[in-house]
Design a protein around this ligand. Structure first.
Ligand SMILES: NC(=O)c1ccc[n+]([C@@H]2O[C@H](COP(=O)([O-])OP(=O)(O)OC[C@H]3O[C@@H](n4cnc5c(N)ncnc54)[C@H](O)[C@@H]3O)[C@@H](O)[C@H]2O)c1
Length: 439
């Protein structure tokens, strides 16, 4: 990644394409429209609400991020979606049950109803608990990918978009490991023609996006653009990619708490996490194959933050367990319990209990917004390939091959802000602070 000498201005419309038009995607779209109409505040979004300090503490320069870096304005966003379930934005938001009908959905009903999902590249082989009629037909996966590319081109034209970004908000697909078919673009394209079973629909969307020069983020934990063929294609064609699995709820808490324990050199012998949730995502994750994908993503976090190899006395014997239980009465209002067994001075044990009554899509929606705006910024800066500086938003951050991901949310945040300073030619902040104590 080279420091940009100039950044293309954010002029014209930015199309945000959303494969998957369920709870997260509709909550995101409805929220943006509500802000545009002055009905709500964009809480949880760094691009809209956070400031960034520039220069010394004594300089008094702390603009809003959106006034510092040239981001697309919310008025310039237009939305497109794909989903096997043909509900329009209003119906889908009602089904999701996240936002209140009278207060937040009815005032923007016309807008939400105007967004109708395009036919999806979908197969129940990869998401077993769902089905719907709004599905593309094609003899091969290559045909489906080509149809997605046409959708992208048509959307760009119909909405007169200057630029596009794509954020996967589709269901979690079954666990697929990167294999020979993911090693090169040639192998992948041949695999699509042969309907290779390791090519899941989300990979077709990522392929279509990359081929159309559209930045791509994966909000779910399944394999989508995080393999050699696509990482190389993205770097070569100058298209930014990032992923994966939005960092919300329990994992957000984990990446806030674990760095704190480690900073104080407190040991952890066990971390038991369980959840109940009753939305469609919960239903999909009730299938063991989809849960496996999620579990791998959720488990990786502690290991990387705590570095048991470096601190065997504190973390070598940590027992980490994650459970997700589908429990319909809760809908999107998940409850996540954590029991953390820690130990301190001379090995004396202590316990911490966390009970997070969260709203999954309320936590995820601002992440979709920030990713859309930052990916577009990255593209206008000429950054292609993996955007590690966006790790802040993910449970399983995508990194260069062989490089372990940074999971500590505070390091991720620091990295994100320093990247913005670097992009704009400002000094990065090290927090050394010796300059305040020189005579
Ligand atoms: N809400 C959160 O906090 C959170 C956090 C991390 C990750 N995620 C992930 O984000 C994704 C969306 O979550 P959600 O709560 O909106 O789920 P949801 O079930 O409400 O919506 C997902 C939508 O994707 C659609 N879909 C499935 N396969 C598709 C395909 N091939 N093409 C197009 N659409 C497809 C489904 O029909 C569904 O409408 C899930 O994978 C979830 O695991 C959510």
């Amino acid at each position: 990644m080279k420091q940009p000498t100039e950044i293309r201005p954010a002029e014209g419309k930015l199309g945000v394409l959303l494969p998957g038009f369920g709870a997260v995607a509709t909550t995101f779209v409805a929220g943006v429209e509500a802000f545009r109409q002055g009905l709500a505040e964009p809480i949880g979004s760094l691009t809209q609400m956070q400031t960034i300090r520039l220069g010394k503490r004594t300089d008094g320069r702390s603009p809003l991020i959106k006034d510092f870096v040239p981001l697309a304005g919310l008025d310039d966003l237009v939305f497109g979606a794909w989903d096997p379930i043909p509900e329009d934005g209003y119906q889908s938001a009602l089904t999701a049950g996240v936002l209140q009908k009278e207060k937040h959905l009815d005032p923007i009903q016309d807008f939400l109803s105007s967004i109708k999902p395009m036919k999806a590249a979908f197969s129940t082989d990869y998401v077993k608990k769902l089905d719907g009629p709004n599905v593309k037909e094609g003899a091969t996966k290559k045909d489906l990918a080509e149809q997605l590319r046409e959708d992208i081109r048509r959307f760009r034209e119909e909405h007169d978009c200057d630029r596009l970004v794509m954020v996967w908000c589709g269901s979690t697909e079954i666990y697929v490991r990167a294999g020979a078919v993911h090693e090169s673009l040639e192998a992948f394209e041949k695999g699509m023609e042969e309907n290779h079973e390791d090519i899941a629909p989300s990979q077709l969307y990522a392929y279509a996006a990359l081929k159309e020069g559209v930045p791509y983020a994966n909000g779910a934990p399944n394999l989508s653009a995080d393999f050699k063929a696509f990482e190389e294609l993205a770097a070569e064609t100058g298209v930014p990619i990032c992923g994966k699995d939005f960092k919300t709820g329990q994992t957000l808490m984990k990446t806030i708490l674990a760095p704190g324990f480690k900073t104080r050199m407190l040991g952890i012998s066990g971390w038991f996490s369980t959840n109940i949730l009753g939305n469609r995502d919960g239903e999909v994750l009730d299938d063991p194959a989809s849960f496996k994908t999620k579990e791998v993503s959720k488990l990786s976090v502690l290991e990387t933050i705590l570095q048991p190899d470096m601190y065997p006395t504190l973390y070598k014997d940590l027992y980490h367990k994650v459970r997700i239980n589908y429990y319909p009465p809760r809908g999107d209002n998940k409850e996540g319990w954590d029991n953390i067994d820690i130990f301190g001075w001379m090995g004396y044990p202590m316990q911490i209990k966390v009970d997070f009554l969260c709203r999954d899509s309320i936590l995820a929606a601002p992440i979709v917004l920030d990713l859309a705006l930052f990916l577009d910024l990255a593209s206008r800066c000429g950054f292609g390939g993996i955007q590690e500086w966006l790790s802040f938003y993910f449970k399983s951050p995508q990194t260069a091959p062989g490089l372990y991901p940074e999971h500590d949310i505070f390091i991720q945040h620091w990295k994100l802000k320093n990247t913005l300073r670097w992009i704009m030619g400002e000094d990065e902040i090290t927090h050394l602070g010796t300059e305040y104590y020189q005579d």
